[in-house]
Design a binder for this molecule. Sequence first.
Ligand code: NAD
Length: 505
Amino acid sequence: MGNRFHVKDRFADGAQYIDGQLRSGTSATSHTVVDPATGENVLTCRLASAEDVDAAVVAAARAFPGWSGATPAERSDALHRLAAVLTEEAEDFAYAESLQCGKPLKLSTEFDVPGTIDNTAFFAGAARHLQGQAAAEYSGDHTSYVRREAIGVVGSIAPWNYPLQMAAWKILPAIAAGNTVVLKPAELTPLTSLMFAQAATRAGIPDGVVNIVTGAGREAGEHLVGHPGVAMTSFTGSTPVGRRVAEIATTTVKRLHLELGGKAPFVVFDDADLEAAAQGAVAGSLINTGQDCTAATRAYVQRPLYDAFVARVAELMGTVRLGNPFDAGTDLGPLVSHAQRDRVAGFVERARAYATVVTGGTVPGGDLADGAYYAPTLIAGAAQDSEVVQSEIFGPVLVALPFDTDDEGIALANDTPYGLAASAWTRDVYRAGRATREIKAGCVWVNDHIPIISEMPHGGYKASGFGKDMSAYSFEEYTQVKHVMYDNTGAAAKDWHRTVFGDRT
Ligand code: NAD
């Protein structure tokens, strides 16, 4: 059981965190954070206006010279302290994350929170290891070296599916490299982003380095992206909103990092361990109630295994226990909102016209009737070009399709606009090697699907975006590289000047 602190008391001063202080937003619009398991009001808060975003950007700009001028060791120490504060408050974070998202407490406790603490500890170390090319006399007459510099104020926008982890993925590499941040969480789920910023203050990270503006996408989000005081936009969310963000960011020539939607294929070759693939498909498609950008969504199964795979996945889905996120026996919580549940149900209802709903496709009643629940769902017999195969559903829905040759399986896996993640299931090392080379995705797992680690990059190909979260690769997004070149000759008339004037040799 999580530590049930009083959310309304904790955020009585408001849901904006600017310059080290909680304060109320000044937009004309309020938003109510709802517990999707019950429909109950968790917190009603005034959203951020454009002026609130301006105040956050001013605070971040003011903090930048000091923070970017701190030594790597000082930033590293601060992040180590942040990891310690997060560890102390782990139960509070797990409780708040489950409350606002509807995640089973076991998921928040064993995945979201420890993943965030590990990420913080990773970036505490990485802050002291910014890398570049060795300084050398590449021209013969000069010494060249590279400075890796912080960019400035980073404006970040995050989605609601993993609010704590997404805030951490956006904030940690940015501040480890010396930037300051204004993050806009999704208005559905601001609690743990605000708590993360409070933890940063408790850890001694200076005011203004981490600011949170809880606001609507159209108002606060667009203002943040277009803000002339923001040097970089880092966005995680859907591909359509990402396109809009890219349009606005280009008007001020901002550096841009886009982590967008996914539609991950799960390719099962005919030599695979069927039981491992079936279990992997159920866990990989239902994690976080399917609201995971890397979730397994399209299971392509080679014909000899197809029928058995469909039967076993349906059987296993039937064993998954829906329930209140805070009950120890709950495997699957509700979706994040009733609107998201209805959107998911809409995909399944439309699919009944052209495919078979093998299991699920129902809204549970009884004790769960007030929550945004949806039964684990397996769809078979859909065409490759159909909506459920091509579009991101973002719910507990897996589609299974057969294939015959390896060429066909890989081609189908690549046949959507997305390219975030994929998995290949086989015991043949050559098949695995081919799948990992030929599937166009930022991550390809072999005989597993979902695990992530702080040391390795996460990011998309194709319409899933560009740039990397986590790992040392993320410093490529959050730093700019400057070439510094010193003349070593001391000569007034340098040899190369002859290309412009005179005949020097
Ligand atoms: P969304 O695109 O609707 O919203 C994401 C964020 O953008 C929210 O904070 C929202 O308020 C804001 N926003 C909305 N309109 C905006 C606008 N016009 N200008 C600026 N900001 C705006 O996404 P969502 O529904 O919150 O989250 C689900 C999506 O996120 C899925 O598509 C999922 O695949 C994606 N996602 C991707 C990754 C990844 O790493 N690639 C990770 C998690 C989620």
